[in-house]
Design a protein around this ligand. Structure first.
Ligand code: ZN
Ligand code: ZN
Length: 240
């Protein structure tokens, strides 16, 4: 029932949008209120969606009679599957300049707009409607592989945990400057993508898929964040 309501809201939003598209490049510039359903300022908003999913998937995983090694492997495969989705969505959806105006107007509001206005917090993380929209698409291939509820639970738990980790990482690297450790590496990697090479380094939690699929640019290792990017960080903006 709730999904039906969501779908109806979504279709209505698209219909209203296509008849009211204004001159701006992205929907967020004309309809900031609408974008709040698809994007959010921090990963805390996503817990409302992720926590029930973790509860359900853990429940089925723990009730499973499958060998615990298989459950563990399924969890890891779910997490790796997310890292590929993270790369694929960023490279092939968010960075595509769609010829269809409604698509570029809507989808551009989340990532191409983020590139243009890196200091605008409103699109740092996904919103609940975007997750509802994407979840059935990304989880349905799992049903083609297995119908075992315990294994599905482990795959979904791995997938959603890696997804939430990604949202936290993206928020944190836009929050403050890191000088060492994992977050410093990802911050250089991601800001190098923002500032120097938008067609390279699409990974947001690692460089594995870039390396495997030919979009790895190792110049991020010598990247120095310019003042303009440093000023866009949440903590720096708060202090000034
Ligand atoms: Zn970013
Ligand atoms: Zn990008």
């Amino acid at each position: 029932m709730r999904n039906y309501f969501m779908l109806k809201t979504l279709i209505l939003s698209f219909l209203v949008l296509s008849s009211h598209m204004k001159r701006s490049q992205f929907m967020i510039q004309d309809y900031p209120e609408l974008v709040k359903y698809f994007a959010s300022k921090n990963p805390g908003h996503l817990l409302l969606f992720v926590l029930p999913l973790w509860y359900l998937s853990s429940k089925y995983m723990l009730l499973s009679e499958a060998y615990s090694g298989i459950i563990f492997v399924a969890f890891i495969i779910g997490a790796i599957y997310w890292t590929f989705l993270e790369y694929g969505i960023h490279r092939w959806i968010y960075h595509t300049h769609f010829k269809t105006r409604i698509l570029s107007y809507f989808l551009g509001s989340f990532h191409l707009y983020h590139h243009k206005e890196v200091g605008d917090r409103r699109v740092y993380n996904s919103g609940f409607l975007m997750i509802y929209l994407v979840t059935p698409i990304v989880t349905s291939p799992i049903l083609l592989v297995t119908r075992d509820l315990g294994i599905i639970g482990a795959l979904v738990l791995g997938l959603s945990s890696a997804y939430f980790f990604y949202e936290c990482v993206h928020f944190l690297i836009h929050y403050k400057k890191f000088n060492s450790g994992y977050l410093a590496y990802i911050q250089s990697y991601h800001f190098h993508h923002h500032d120097k090479a938008p067609n390279k380094n699409f990974g947001n939690t690692s460089h594995i898929w870039d390396f495997l699929l030919g979009t790895y640019d190792e110049r991020y290792k010598t990247y120095k964040m310019p003042e303009s990017s440093e000023k866009s960080l949440i903590l720096v903006k708060k202090r000034s």
